[in-house]
Design a protein around this ligand. Structure first.
Ligand code: FAD
Length: 446
């Protein structure tokens, strides 16, 4: 059996099909729409963009998402090619007419001689053959249950609860300090695993007022939440009482500020390392539905974070995703059922571009496997490689939440200036290095 089956013809599934078919593989896409609908999709087209019509920055020298665009174009990516054909003026961003874009992708897929589309919902995990599951954040509940039965309930989430993530080098260490509560831990690394930002009473009161006043996003229709048990948005905690946060994630106990050892902080904001490289930190317990603009203002009022540079802002959404660090191997195969790969948002990446990029990679890896070729490991210094490395290895499995592409996922380039001032040179060095590595990797498959 040499056919590749793909469940889900969204951004990731369409791209995966295109890549594999262009490498000579017969592909069947199984897509449940329009027969079975989701609360967000409006049409029966493949690759429907469910919310914004933007693929974000197209700058491939200074922006990590722009670099992903570049890598996908180099690989003959369907999503980027079609986006280019339906582009709308949007400054440095790649925005498209969403309807003609999806119609364009659908047409190309249906006309491809090696691709067939079966309009049906898949409700069970396939027991043999070559499969990619790319059913997205709104995976149908029957298939979601089948996946959870295989992975264990705790390894498949149905909501994300994302706290903002900050570049370590933008945190002011003359105000913040590293220490775990009560110095807990067996090693020095564990005893200094958290980064702490202290607040006095006036700062705390202002912070609570800002949280209460900030503009919030509403849940989408149909997205109503069972999530409220474990991960309340911080602004909801603040609404429950002005002291709630001070007794929750912001409690000041077990910590001593080395910059002011005699002053007892009124509250402490804690940040936790978010990746093995130590370049990213997330604010512990700060999942939020505040609008992005409001988040940046409110979080920059935290002492030590005045100059914070955000790798991603917080959010809470309906989102089916795997605990990829424990479940997937570096080739995106389910370790327990290696004939099944996952791709797209369900792997724990976040965004149209990231989802399509994971589809592109899965399609190429599956094609190589079916043809009996061995691909060299994908270089971690590419944007695609940095992302897949993060979700399948670099991220902490215990606190895993979906991730955008950002330069914090890249290994440092030696000998360059850190901090804000060196940023332009650093980003150019990352993108140059990535382009070389990606071109070389692609040339193996032709
Ligand atoms: P999808 O594009 O959703 O594709 C999955 C496909 O699988 C769908 O066509 C679905 O019908 C099908 N499917 C599901 N279950 C089955 C089954 N059992 N059998 C057969 N087919 C099945 N990202 C952004 O970058 N910008 C945004 O503005 C944005 N807004 C979003 C808004 C909402 C409400 C949601 C839920 C997500 C949003 N995202 C956004 C996140 C994400 O980028 C998109 O959801 C993106 O479409 C994910 O690509 P995908 O291919 O993984 O999933």
């Amino acid at each position: 059996e040499k056919t590749l089956h793909i469940i889900g013809g969204g951004l990731a599934g369409s791209e995966a099909a295109w890549q594999a078919a262009n490498l000579g593989i017969s592909v069947v896409i199984h897509e449940m729409r329009p027969k079975v609908e989701t609360f967000a999709h409006k049409s029966g087209d493949l690759a429907e963009m469910v919310c914004s019509n933007s693929f974000r920055s197209d700058d491939h020298e200074q922006n990590a998402v722009g670099l992903l665009h570049w890598e996908m174009r180099q690989a003959g990516g369907l999503i980027m090619e079609t986006a280019g054909e339906h582009r709308l003026p949007a400054g440095g961003a790649l925005a498209v007419d969403r309807e003609s874009f999806a119609a364009g992708v659908t047409k190309k897929i249906l006309e491809h001689p090696l691709i067939t589309v079966d309009y049906e919902e898949i409700t069970e995990l396939p027991s043999s053959g070559h499969w990619i599951i790319a059913t997205g954040p709104l995976t149908s509940s029957a298939l979601g249950e089948a996946i959870a039965a295989e992975t264990g309930q705790n390894a498949l989430a149905f909501f994300d609860a994302i706290a903002p993530i900050i570049y370590a080098d933008s945190i002011d260490m003359s105000k913040a300090w590293m220490q775990s509560r009560y110095d807990k831990g067996d090693t020095e690394e564990e005893r200094t695993a958290y980064l702490n930002c202290p607040m006095d009473k006036a700062q705390y009161d202002q912070f609570i007022d800002a949280l209460l006043e900030a503009e919030k996003t509403e849940f989408h229709e149909g997205e109503t939440a069972k999530y409220f048990d474990g991960c309340l948005p911080i602004e909801v905690m603040a609404e429950r009482g002005r002291e709630t946060l001070r007794h929750g994630p912001m409690k000041p106990v077990g910590l001593t500020n080395p910059h002011q050892p005699d002053v007892k902080a009124h509250a402490v904001v804690q940040l936790r390392r978010d990746n093995a490289l130590g370049t990213l930190f997330n604010i512990v317990g700060f999942q939020t539905k505040m609008k992005y603009g409001a988040q940046a203002t409110v979080f920059k009022s935290i002492p030590g974070l005045e100059g914070a540079n955000f790798a991603r802002l917080g959010g809470i959404h309906r989102n089916t995703f795997l605990n990829s660090p424990t479940l997937l191997d570096g080739q995106m195969r389910l370790k327990s059922q290696p004939h099944i790969r996952f791709a797209g948002q369900i792997t724990g990446v976040e965004g149209y571009v990231e989802s399509a990029a994971m589809g592109l990679l899965a399609g190429r890896l599956a094609a190589a496997e079916i043809k009996g070729e061995v691909m060299p490991d994908l270089p971690q210094d590419t944007a695609t490689g940095a992302l897949v490395h993060h979700i399948t290895g670099g991220a902490d499995a215990k606190t895993f939440q979906p991730m955008n592409i950002n330069f914090g996922l890249f290994r440092p380039v030696e000998g360059l200036k850190g901090g804000r001032r060196g940023r332009t040179d650093r980003y150019k060095a990352y993108t140059d290095r990535a382009k070389n590595a990606w071109s070389e990797w692609l040339s193996v498959q032709g």
